[in-house]
Design a protein around this ligand. Sequence first.
Ligand SMILES: CC(C)(COP(=O)(O)OP(=O)(O)OC[C@H]1O[C@@H](n2cnc3c(N)ncnc32)[C@H](O)[C@@H]1OP(=O)(O)O)[C@@H](O)C(=O)NCCC(=O)NCCS
Length: 180
Amino acid sequence: MTDLALPAADLFDTWADCVREFGDDRRDGSGDWQIEHFGADRATFDALLEICRTEADPTSTLPEGHVHCDYYWIVEGGEDADDPTERGLIGFMAVRHSIDTEFLRTLGGHIGYSIRPSRRRRGHASRALGLALDRAREVGLDRVLITCDPDNVGSARVIEGQGGVLDIAPSDNCRYWITL
Ligand SMILES: CC(C)(COP(=O)(O)OP(=O)(O)OC[C@H]1O[C@@H](n2cnc3c(N)ncnc32)[C@H](O)[C@@H]1OP(=O)(O)O)[C@@H](O)C(=O)NCCC(=O)NCCS
């Protein structure tokens, strides 16, 4: 099964394990771009938790270039799914409440995600995106923009599988809209 968990302090060990496995691979949806020396360490984790808390709070005032955003940690689990500490973290998901910056309108889009390498090709990203679209509806969005590189076949299939319709495909960026 695939689920979305809110970032939480008791998930440090599985978060760190997940970050280590990503290595230098891209961690879309993790919020890592906001942390200068991102690593699988406690300082990064604590800073990230604070960022996730602040950005998810629609009443918080954010720095220029930031938008409110719900961060989720994608988890897989079995019988113990009621206890998040029993569930392994397998990826990241960010659901932005708006795309009110030039970067997000052109490149970033509303939603970003990634799955740790050892758990890919098992349907996790597709299911996690489906759950993220439910969250986007709750935020009040009626359509979302999701972008990917033209050579990112996996991500394109994930988006199309969830109803993404290609808007325009300039050479360096494919833009998909999903109506909610
Ligand atoms: C892209 C990514 C999120 C896909 O995650 P995933 O959990 O492997 O995706 P899924 O298992 O849900 O796969 C969905 C579909 O894409 C296909 N697919 C996945 N990765 C693929 C690949 N590398 N090449 C070809 N097809 C691929 C799957 O076979 C599946 O096909 P189907 O719809 O016919 O069943 C993952 O590879 C990743 O984290 N990449 C790095 C970060 C990234 O690119 N994020 C997206 C930014 S736009």
